[in-house]
Design a binder for this molecule. Sequence first.
Ligand code: MIG
Length: 819
Amino acid sequence: MDSEAIADRGKIIGEEFIQLGNVDKYLKDKNLFKFFCGKTIVFVKVLADDIIRLVMKPYETPSLDTTKGVIFDGDTCVECTSCELDNKVIIKTGILEVHIGKFPFHMEIYGPDGDSFFKTHDSYSLGWSERRTSCRIAIRDEEHFYGLGEKCGWLDKRGENVSMWNTDMFDPHNQHTKELYVSIPFYIGLSKGKSYGLLLDNPSRTHFNMGEGQDEYAYLETEAGKFDFYVIYGPQIKRVVSRYTDLTGKMHLPPMWSLGYQQEKYSYATEEEVRYIAGNFRKRGIPCDTIYIDIHHMDDYRCFTWNYHRFPDPEKLIADLKEDGFHSIITVNPGVKKDPEYEHYIDGMKRGYFCKKLDGSVFVGKVWPGDSVYPDFSKAEVRKWWSEKHKIITDKGIEGIWNDMNEPSVFRPVKNGSLEDHTMDLDVMHENDGNPATHRELHNLYGLLMVMSTYDGLKESLKGKRPFILSRSGYPGIQRYAAVWTGDNRSFWEHLSMGIPMLLNMGLSGMPFVGNDLGGYMGNSNGELFTRWVQFGVFAPFFRTCYSINLLPQEPWSYGEKYERIVKDFIRLRYRLLAHIYNLFYEASVTGIPVMRPLVLEYQDDPEVYNVSDEFLLGNSILVAPICKPDSEYREIYLPDGIWYDFYTGERHIGGKYMLGYAPIDRIPLFVKQGSIIPMIDCQSYVGEKKLTSLELEIYPGAECEYVLYEDDGETFAYEQGEYSITNFNCRIDGNNLLFEVSPEKSDYRNTRERYLLKFRCIQKSSKVVKVNGEIIAEKKSAGGADCNNFWYFDENEKAIYVQISDSKTKTDHVFLEF
Ligand code: MIG
């Protein structure tokens, strides 16, 4: 596009854009640069060697405050230099060069390889109209875009035009749905194997036009507030995600039980129904850890109350469920019933804690309880007040909270079809701890602020146990406190397949703990669809079935014996994988790298995977290719570089090409990469049911093979005091020999393990001899019987060698196989 065409884009929508002008002068104060452009001042801050922040507000000196989404203010000792050359100011960090062009202001950033990776338009970098501020960023050659949080459509967002406005979207989600419950104004650009990320920290409605209908510029726009963004250098996508989560925070380790299977219906509405459902899981031997009690648990939808007609003795119910291995979770919504006889309404009104208009009137909106008022979570005092109420819930034995409707959602007749009608009035004035701002400016933050309050409340009252929170709404940083599910999907095959790239992009947007409602929330599911969805869910971080009111039952046994058996087997597989999945969560809590990964995260130099939206990796070793079509047993699968083994048959495949996968209804295509080790624990009906004495390791030997296993108690914060253990597993092939090592690195968490069962897979012939620490161990004819001694045997059919060794806990053990 030529410059005129670009300038015209503003005019198309009837708005005159004013461009940021020339730099009159600039000042440097350590790592902060101030550019004076007429009345407008632009701040450029070197936050770290690889992160550059830019802040601007038309005609003002913008504040450098951040939203609650951002928790990192920069490295304290970051060093940078600057000089002037021609018409530019050149800022050098440890690795980047930031060039600020002066006539008019524009910005270009070069990586350590000397290549420019970020560039605004030379003449139209930043501009504004009465309604919006915008920035034009050059799209690089063959650039692909990822991230952008919870969005419909394919993995690669190139050519998409989406906006960010937390919305309770009950209509079926599809590619026209630009706004859902969560807003993450962050994208990753990948061009020719090199990536960078950009976070636009602005909680008003923002727009991300990633090159719709043209290939030259991405347009970022904000509707209120200042223009405040961070550019994060990669070039690895993993590095971008990791640095993005340094900016916005990593997740805490979740309680292990929250990684098990979860079951919800809106609503299991009576004590009897809840007991019936829970009892059925146990009776049928289907593992389950969590049961939800949705909004019907409340007295006429009043938060922090109980409906004693439906649930006569909640303490007893919750205690009995716990006895049976279930954790109960209840819904807490932000809308507080306007009822002068209801204590929390009275209390909040007296304190002035509900959202008000400028004239002092309290905003009233309709939700489940009828006329409702909304706590102003932008005030620390209000968050504290609300958090303290959670004791009412935890005193009943509840350990998890589900924050729903926190966009916040307000029911109202749709006027001119505008989506804002779904939330509170835009001129509500949030007190915002002394920086009052309208709802229009802060909307996308509301859910996060509520969840912060919930987290503090739960953490405080659970006395050392890890809280579990599920949130529907969110903003960057939500991962610090909550898991997020993708709201009211439908029982459509299309929504099974759309859920995959949605979750993958949420993972790339810093949220590792994500999932879809399995089987679909609205509409009646069926046996085949439900089964395929659960098979997928086993490998998704958050594993929950959830369905709406007035529908046919959607529990694992709802579709007859055949589907029940398959679904049960797959839920059991999830429980076998829990140590591995927990390990991936540990990794996410340290590095920010998601549990469920798009292929492009691990293979960013392979153009074939740039838009793979129907396959993913669990960690880096298990490739999952869900079946997302009815009546289908075959599908195309792309295996990236490497050797891959079919999980079921052990068949060997050479990657870097396409293949036809075969998966009858009792399978989902699964491949394990050569060189992987996967820990598998005994199946349990719920986390903590059994004392686990043996850990099985599935080993797919390759040249390099290693695994670092993190373990802790899975439920408290003792790990923060160092109570955890780290064990390294290594496997090497050396000519005709195979060497395996277990080496404990840190053993401050005492587990109950007594032995390991090593399962070397894809072995063609039996070993001549197996030695443990130099001593020959006995060969057995089969693995049957509970033998506590060291032994080995070769399973001809499975093509696997099993070796059982005792866990010596503190010293390194060597296993030697000779072929
Ligand atoms: O619109 O609490 O997305 O999961 O079951 C209904 C009742 C309100 C919406 C949630 C859904 C939940 C339901 N809620």
